[in-house]
Design a protein around this ligand. Sequence first.
Ligand code: 26Q
Length: 824
Amino acid sequence: AWRKFSAKEFTTKDQFESEVVKHIETTLARSLFNCDEAAAYAGTALAFRDRLVIEWNRTQQRQTFADQKRVYYLSLEFLMGRALDNAMLNVQQKDVATAGLEDLGFRMEDIISQERDAALGNGGLGRLAACFLDSLATLNYPAWGYALRYRYGIFRQEIVDGYQVEVPDYWLDFNPWEFPRHDVTVDIQFYGEVRKYMDDAGKQISVWENGEVVTAVAYDAPIPGYGTKTTNNLRLWSSKASHGEFDFTKFNSGEYEASVADQQRAETISAVLYPNDSLDRGKELRLKQQYFWCAASLYDIVRRFKKSGKAWKDFSNQVAIQLNDTHPTLAIPELMRILIDQEGLEWDEAWSITQATFGYTNHTVLPEALEKWSVPLVQQLLPRHLQIIYDINLQFLQYVQRNFPKEREMLGRVSIIEESEPKRVRMAYLAVIGSHKVNGVAELHSDLIKTTIFRDFVKIYGPDKFTNVTNGITPRRWLHQANPRLSELIAAKLGGYDFLKDLNLLSKLEAFVDDKEFRKEFQEIKYANKVRLAKYTKDVHGISVNPNSLFDIQVKRMHEYKRQQLNIFGVIHRYLELKSMTPDQRKKVQPRVFFFGGKAAPGYWMAKMVIHLINQVGKVVNNDKEIGDVLKVVFLEDYNVSKAEMIVPASDISEHISTAGTEASGTSNMKFVLNGGLLIGTCDGANIEITREVGEDNIFLFGNLSEDVDDLRHQHFYGDYVLDPMLAAVFASIRSGTFGDAGQFSALVDSIVDHGDYYLVSDDFKSYVDTQKLIDETYKDQEVWLTKTITAVSRMGFFSSDRCIDEYAEMIWNVEPLPPQQNG
Ligand code: 26Q
């Protein structure tokens, strides 16, 4: 009976089948005679979509009538992955559908894999937003996500001759999960000028006029919670030419081409996701995207608020807006503009409403990733916003001056405007000043932002404005969906699937750590997951790997700070050692497969060079007869969310080896441990909290600490260090051409030998190699290893994104859940 929560649901597989058939024959107008997997996918998706839509409408109605605060999560990225499997599991109808599809002659797995990933994000930040949506719905919070409906998501990665090649990701030709709302549009202005005048009461009024207008059209996607009727909304804005009089004049006067060009220019705004995840390039189109999305979303939020008939002083009791990094910071001056220019509020009232409404999440301390927009660019594109930003800055600096009269140098340091040539707007400072709370995403990171980039602001506002919310992951996708057998085993032991909603229940697994039967099944599941990855590796990459090897995985965006180069240098070191051994010695070595995966930003040539090196090393090592199965290197092409669901459950060890203090949190580390893998990692980001939870014995930490990084960098700068001798041998081998023409990798080697080794690869190399040795030794005793993995899994409850969302709700948003009626 607990299944029967939906008004229209498939109670039998026959009912499901007839729904699928109906959709194939009518919605798709296809004959069943040539129903292929694509059509079966479409029919299944549409059948489930019907189920979601009913509860989606009800949820929205319930949220409208409830006099309650809502959360708006503004993120330029939502890395959703596939929706069908998630929908089937969240509404708990996958079994019925699996049986139905089997009747129709299809295997569920094949049907699920027909779907393309919704890849509207770069990496961790975008996937975090997607996990948050799942938790918000599951916990019944009234919440919306707002983003852009990119026509092209993150590029598809192909590896050609060992090099990354980017292929456009046109993903929208069939997307059953989105609903165009052609009646929900907002006209967004760019450029133009500001005219000031006095009204009758002698008050100064600003009017932004004569700009160019682009229309935002809403597209909605349902977000079903797990085991609840709550179905929230993700609203994506698409840009199109506005059809004002201006257009028609052009069209009629024969300027047909010009009119079409206008149209294309408008559509360009939401055309493509920027593929940089760590470098701000200051492109005008990116700024346009940001404003277009912020303005459309705020208009929508304000319109919804005004319908409630409440007074403005109630705005922040009804609305919480979370800024996912600085990308939506323009929402701050935009809300000020709406309140002052359009609604006629006084500055002070508008400002206190604005501050009370926004919260800002920081995801990086790397200076090159902090957004700064050129003042002339903002002046041209958003003249009124620049005035408001200057006014915010003036008020803020006056406040600082009053409170810290003796610290005059502080004013320049904290000014929103950087006095460079050209001047630039520091978006992170604007976000801090315009929000009531600022949070980092793991404890170390939240401490670091208080002592580095936001140090002065802690002094100005006091420490309470800054807080930590350690990231989390949804156990629905990252355990139940990605690893159904493990989920089932856990449910069998814990007496049901309650742990999927309350992940702390995993702690009860620890009682089974010595249970023979349980251990055997746990190990069999890991093995089966490794077999699946091995098969994929053979089928797709033509590389045979033995699933009895230790599977070592590093999958994440390619970046120097994440140090894939440290990993591949370690592999080369291992290869050189193996080559120096006798065959008998080699036989005693623990066989290992190193899997890599990840995209490099298209302009990031150093990251691309590391991809190339990995592939070159793979080519040499994998074909070395002497080495055989003892060492293999695989670069998994086009790492994305759906591939992660297969890769993550297959690890014995995964690598999270960033230079200490650089990785804000990391979230795949959590996914790997939850799926019964151990970590090798630095004392960085969430690795530290994972260690605290699972215990030092159940993780492999190495390397220098973040507090030592500055000193070490200084030593490199003054030449006061010795290159690690094992690393020197690795470089000698690269330079001798072992992995192809050495010239191709000289910039990489030089960055460490001659240019300061900014990411401290040399300093951590020995510690890394030693720890890898320890892993080999530990793995040889499979019973010891198994105990560690089971113990670690049972202690991962803290890292559910449900815990994380509850913390945001309480500490930052002050919102309550709105559960559906029991029998409604
Ligand atoms: C900025 C300016 C211009 C164009 C693009 C960008 C841009 C886009 C994406 C900058 C950064 C990103 C993404 C950053 C990101 O994914 N950060 C990761 O966030 C995770 C969730 O908090 C953390 O776990 C990771 O540690 C952090 O690297």
